[in-house]
Write a protein that binds this ligand. Structure first.
Ligand code: DX5
Ligand code: ZN
Length: 229
């Protein structure tokens, strides 16, 4: 019931294919794919061509986190490149409902991403179009930042909304957390309601390049913590 989604932002890009294979064989559930445009966020990363290149290497869900403005132009490109989940920041889209519909029309699961200071209200009238909600526990743009503790309260509030929706509709919306997730805080984060955990530096920083055994032990340690929840 818990998903661990290593962010390849912290992988060795010169060996990206190997890194993806190793982290999946080490027990990761999803591959988290951070897309930054040096516009919505002050950093520049990878696009649909890189997604297309890693797609044949794994059956695992590719979870594309768009930190770009505008959003819509890139959605079909990522869907064609093999993305399974596409999330975006509501502030970055002029038409949030339309963007969610576009993602689903392309056959992907759709989600909204909330920055630390972004109110949850953006989800109020689009619950039926959400498959996942992603809470940022750092400001977007960089790996290796510290988890913002106020996110735990925000997680509980989000979980309350999603549970109420599930009760009324019978449909479960996933709740993902991104930023500063480590072995020593993952259990508290799960207790606050998250079911999907992005971890970049905690996983890829654990070993030297492509060290599958180290990835293995950090993912196992995270699962051991989660089993206590
Ligand atoms: C930040 C990205 C995160 C980042 C997480 O903008 O969205 O996915 O890679 O990295 P860590 O786990 O190191 O905080
Ligand atoms: Zn991310």
């Amino acid at each position: 019931m818990y998903r661990i989604a290593p962010s390849i932002l912290s992988a060795n890009f010169a060996k990206l294919g190997e890194e993806v294979g190793n982290v999946i064989s080490a027990g990761a559930d999803w591959i988290h794919f951070d897309v930054m445009d040096n516009h919505y966020v002050p950093n520049l990363t990878i696009g649909p061509m890189v997604c297309e290149a890693i797609r044949p290497l794994t059956q695992a869900t590719i979870d594309v986190h768009l930190m770009v403005r505008p959003v819509d132009r890139l959605v079909p490109d990522f869907a064609k490149a093999g993305a399974n989940v596409i999330t975006f920041h509501p502030e970055a889209s002029d038409h949030v409902d339309r963007t969610l519909g576009l993602i689903r029309d392309q056959g992907c699961k759709a989600g909204l991403v909330f920055n630390p200071a972004t109110p949850l209200d953006y989800m109020d009238y689009v619950m039926d179009k959400l498959d996942i909600v992603l809470l940022m526990s750092v400001n977007p743009g960089f790996g290796g930042q510290k988890f913002i503790p106020a996110t735990l309260d925000k997680l509980r509030a989000t979980k309350g909304r999603l549970d109420a929706y599930e009760k009324a509709s019978g449909r479960k919306i996933m709740l993902e957390i991104d930023g500063g997730v480590k072995t020593d805080n993952i259990a508290d984060i799960a207790r606050a309601g998250a079911d999907t955990f992005v971890a970049g530096s905690a996983v890829f920083g654990a070993g030297k390049d492509s060290d599958r055994n180290r990835y293995d032990s950090v993912i196992a340690a995270m699962r051991a913590e989660l089993s206590k929840v």
